[in-house]
Ligand binder design. Structure first.
Ligand code: FES
Length: 127
């Protein structure tokens, strides 16, 4: 097999894989949670092993998408310190997701949450 044939074969096999991966990246995470399954508190609570976190706000349910705005690592809420922590490069955010220590500069992004028929319907925010 010549060099040119190998090149064509390589390109042909990479294209479907990259297209598949791009398709996966473009899918936004969604979740549906029964209200009875997750009674909300004023502190953030994680839904299972997802990046969705919920809390009872003043007048509505609030949802956070726990991705650091520096490079996208998963952040978690430390209820004792009442702040969000990124394990990758040490960014800290206050309870509302505003950055208090870099390198992250932007706030955490809220997930969309709707209440319908006893369920919370959550969607990852578009990037
Ligand atoms: S990815 Fe969070 S601080 Fe860098």
């Amino acid at each position: 097999m010549g060099r040119k044939a190998l090149l064509v074969l390589g390109v042909c096999s990479i294209y479907p894989v990259s297209r598949y991966l791009r398709g996966k990246e473009n899918q936004l995470a969604m979740a549906q949670i029964a209200r009875s399954e997750m009674p909300l508190q004023i502190k953030w609570q994680r839904h299972g092993q997802t990046r969705f976190w919920l809390r009872q706000g003043n007048d509505r349910v609030e949802a956070m998408w726990a991705s650091c705005t520096h490079l996208g690592c998963e952040v978690s809420y430390d209820s004792e310190q009442d702040q969000w922590v990124c394990p990758c490069h040490g960014s800290l955010y206050n309870r509302d997701g505003q950055p208090v220590l870099g390198p992250a500069l932007g706030p955490l992004v809220r997930a969309e949450v709707k209440e319908k028929d006893g369920f919370y319907l959550l969607q990852q925010p578009p990037v």
